[in-house]
Write a protein that binds this ligand. Sequence first.
Ligand SMILES: CC(C)(COP(=O)(O)OP(=O)(O)OC[C@H]1O[C@@H](n2cnc3c(N)ncnc32)[C@H](O)[C@@H]1OP(=O)(O)O)[C@@H](O)C(=O)NCCC(=O)NCCS
Length: 173
Amino acid sequence: MISGNYIYLRLMEECDIPLKVEWINDEEIRDLAISDYISESGTRNWFNKLHQSNARKEFMICLKETHQPIGFASLKNIDLVNSKAEFSMLIGSKNHWGKGYAKEAKKLIVSYSFNELGLNKIYSFNWIKNERIIGLNKKLGFKVDGILREDIFFKGSYRDIAIMSILKKDWVI
Ligand SMILES: CC(C)(COP(=O)(O)OP(=O)(O)OC[C@H]1O[C@@H](n2cnc3c(N)ncnc32)[C@H](O)[C@@H]1OP(=O)(O)O)[C@@H](O)C(=O)NCCC(=O)NCCS
């Protein structure tokens, strides 16, 4: 368990699947995260295959005070040769947006990635109009590596995607 001031992160369990499905299928979240609809059976299938590889870790973000899960965060494509991994997250419980929980969760996972997994770079792909995540990334010291122009076709149009990253040597938090 990775513990912070207001939240902690624990590995995702099978019992968390219905929440993940509910959150991702929320229209506003789906739009910001650019996700397709997911089903419970498909997600169970995906979950059962997670442990076949060490390239991915899924964390539930829980409130310390009540233990309520409010979102999840993923380290994907963990690449031990090049010492890097991709990060994505969502706070599914929308009345917990804007309270700093996402920032705390991302800080904890980036620190864990650098200090415990020995990684050197964490990167994220985000829709350039997703102001919350771009703002959060910048606040944590992530830099824009580039813009992938018209990279994803979603809801009838192409979207530009920012790739943002932070290097271990620049992590001062
Ligand atoms: C993106 C998301 C995780 C952010 O969660 P959140 O609860 O709003 O984030 P926090 O409260 O921790 O915000 C932390 C920082 O984000 C930035 N931020 C938040 N809202 C912002 C906005 N509207 N504009 C610019 N920056 C913003 C600020 O820098 C803020 O730091 P501050 O409070 O010290 O000023 C959440 O909105 C979400 O789950 N969205 C849907 C899924 C998604 O977009 N995921 C990311 C792509 S995979």
